[in-house]
Design a protein around this ligand. Structure first.
Ligand code: UD1
Ligand code: UDP
Length: 379
C-alpha cells in the first residue's frame, strides 16, 4: 500500500513550497497525496495563478476560509480541516512554511493522532511580535518530522531539545521551484510590459504587518522609496494587505515608482533575476535573491533566514528611512556581490523529503522518479 498523506497549502508562499513535493509524489508509486487548499489566500493573483503556472494539481478540497483575525482564520481552518482528516485517515499531514494555515492544520492532525511533517522547520527570527514566529514554534513542537532548509534551523531545534531522530536537513523546497522555473521564466515579457531594462531597475515588496499596518512606519518607509526612485525606477507589485494602506500613505508625483498588481511567479522570478537591487520584507524573496545573486536589502530588524546574510546577498537594513536610502545608494554604487549557495539548495529537497517519509516502505528503485522537476514542468 502506498503511503497516504494530506498536503496543505493556503497562502501565496505555500504554493511554491508544495509544488515540488507534489511533482515528486506524482512520479512515484510508494506515496499518494490528497491536496487541501485552505483558501487563506483566494484572489486569482494570490492563488489560482500559481496553480496554473506551477502545474499544481487541482486541490482535492478547498476550505474557503478567506480572511479574518488570527483567531477566526486559524479556528475556521481547524474546524473545516478536522472532518477531512477524519474521513481521509492519512498516514501523515504535510504542512509547509509558517502561515496561519500551517499551524491550524498541524494542530488538528496532532490532536487526531496523525503524525505531522513540517517542511521549513526550525527557522526563528527571535521576534515574538511576528505572527509567523508563533506559528513556527508551535508547528515545530507538534511535528514528528522536522524538515530543515538552512543550517540555523538545526541549531535552533537542537537548542529547543528536539529529539535528534526528528531532524532532517533536506535543503529548500522553494528553491527547488526556482531551479525548475529559472529557464522557463525567461520567456515572460514582464520587462517590456513595464518598460524597464535589465539591471536598470529595483524591485520592492512589502507586506509585513509591522511595516505596512502602522501608517507612521509605512509613510517613513515610502519617504525613502520616494527618494530612491529619483535614482532608479522601482517596480512595486503590491500585496493585498498593503493595497489599502498605500492609497492613504503614497506621496504624489513619483513617476519612477511603478505599481503593479501582485505578479505571477514566472513574471516575478524574471523581474527579480534581472533586477539591479531588491528591497523586501518577504521571507521567500530573501532566499530567492541569494540563489539568483541579486543584492537584497531586507527592510526588517531581524531575519529567520540568516544564511541569506552569511552566504547570500541579503543585508538587514531595518526601517529607518535614512538607513534604507544610504544602503540602497551604496548597493547601487558597488559591483554585485558574489553569493555562495547554501548547502543542499540544489533543486532536490522535495525528493529528500519524500524519501524520508517513505523510508521503511518497500523500496522500489525501478519506480523512483524518472523525470526531474524541470522536465515535468515542460512535459
Ligand atoms: C499571510 C501570512 C504571512 C505571509 C503572507 C504571504 C499569516 C499570519 N500571515 O499574510 O506569513 O508572509 O501571507 O503573502 O498567516 N487579502 C486579499 N486577498 C487575498 C488574501 C488576502 O485581499 O487573496 C487581504 C485581506 O484584506 C486580508 C489581508 O489581505 O485581511 C491579509 O491576509 P492574511 O492572509 O490574513 O495575511 P497576509 O498579510 O496575506
Ligand atoms: N512572489 C510572486 N509575486 C509577487 C511577489 C512575490 O510570485 O508579486 C513570490 C516570490 O517569488 C516568492 C513568494 O511569492 O516565491 C514569496 O511570498 P510572500 O512574499 O508573499 O511571502 P513570505 O515569503 O514573506 O511568507
Amino acid at each position: 500500500m502506498p503511503m497516504r498523506v494530506i498536503a496543505v497549502a493556503g497562502a501565496r508562499p505555500n504554493f511554491m513550497k508544495v509544488a515540488p513535493l507534489l511533482w515528486e509524489i506524482q512520479g512515484r508509486d510508494d506515496i499518494d497525496a490528497f491536496l487541501v487548499h485552505t483558501g487563506q489566500h483566494y484572489d486569482e493573483r494570490m492563488s489560482q495563478l500559481f496553480f496554473d503556472e506551477l502545474r499544481i494539481p487541482k486541490p482535492d478540497a478547498n476550505l474557503e476560509v478567506g480572511s479574518g483575525s488570527h483567531a477566526v482564520q486559524t479556528a475556521e481552518v481547524m474546524r473545516r480541516f478536522e472532518p477531512i482528516v477524519e474521513s481521509q485517515r492519512p498516514d501523515a499531514v504535510v504542512v509547509v512554511g509558517d502561515v496561519n494555515s500551517t499551524l491550524a492544520c498541524a494542530l488538528v492532525a496532532a490532536k487526531l493522532g496523525v503524525p505531522v511533517a513540517h517542511v521549513e522547520a526550525g527557522l526563528r527570527s527571535g521576534d515574538e511580535s511576528m505572527p509567523e514566529e508563533i506559528n513556527r514554534r508551535l508547528t515545530d513542537a507538534l511535528s514528528r518530522w522536522l524538515f530543515v532548509s538552512e543550517p540555523s534551523g538545526l541549531v535552533n531545534l537542537r537548542k529547543e531539545n528536539v529529539p535528534e531522530e526528528r531532524l532532517f536537513y533536506v535543503g529548500n523546497v522553494m528553491i527547488d521551484t526556482l531551479h525548475a522555473c529559472r529557464e522557463r521564466c525567461q520567456s515572460s515579457p514582464i520587462l517590456e510590459t513595464l518598460s524597464v531594462e535589465t539591471k536598470k531597475y529595483a524591485v520592492l515588496t512589502l507586506h509585513r504587518p509591522a511595516n505596512v499596518d502602522e501608517p507612521e512606519v509605512f509613510e517613513r518607509m515610502l519617504a525613502a522609496i520616494a527618494r530612491l526612485q529619483r535614482e532608479i525606477p522601482i517596480v512595486f507589485p503590491v500585496h493585498p494587505r498593503t493595497r489599502r494602506a498605500l492609497v492613504e500613505a503614497l506621496p504624489r508625483g513619483l513617476p519612477r515608482l511603478i505599481l503593479t498588481e501582485p505578479l505571477g511567479y514566472l513574471d516575478f522570478l524574471k523581474l527579480v533575476s534581472h533586477a539591479r537591487l531588491v528591497l523586501t520584507d518577504s521571507g521567500g524573496v530573501q532566499e530567492e535573491t541569494t540563489v539568483l545573486g541579486v543584492p537584497c536589502l531586507t527592510l526588517r530588524d531581524n531575519t529567520e533566514r540568516p544564511v541569506t546574510v552569511t552566504h547570500g546577498t541579503n543585508c538587514l537594513v531595518g526601517r529607518d528611512p535614512d538607513r534604507i536610502l544610504s544602503a540602497a545608494l551604496s548597493a547601487l554604487g558597488s559591483p554585485s556581490i558574489g553569493a555562495r549557495q547554501p548547502d543542499k539548495w540544489d533543486g532536490e529537497a522535495a525528493q529528500r523529503i519524500i524519501d524520508v517519509l517513505t523510508a521503511g516502505r518497500i523500496a522500489k528503485p525501478s519506480n523512483r522518479k524518472t523525470m526531474g522537476a524541470k522536465e515535468r514542468l515542460s512535459a
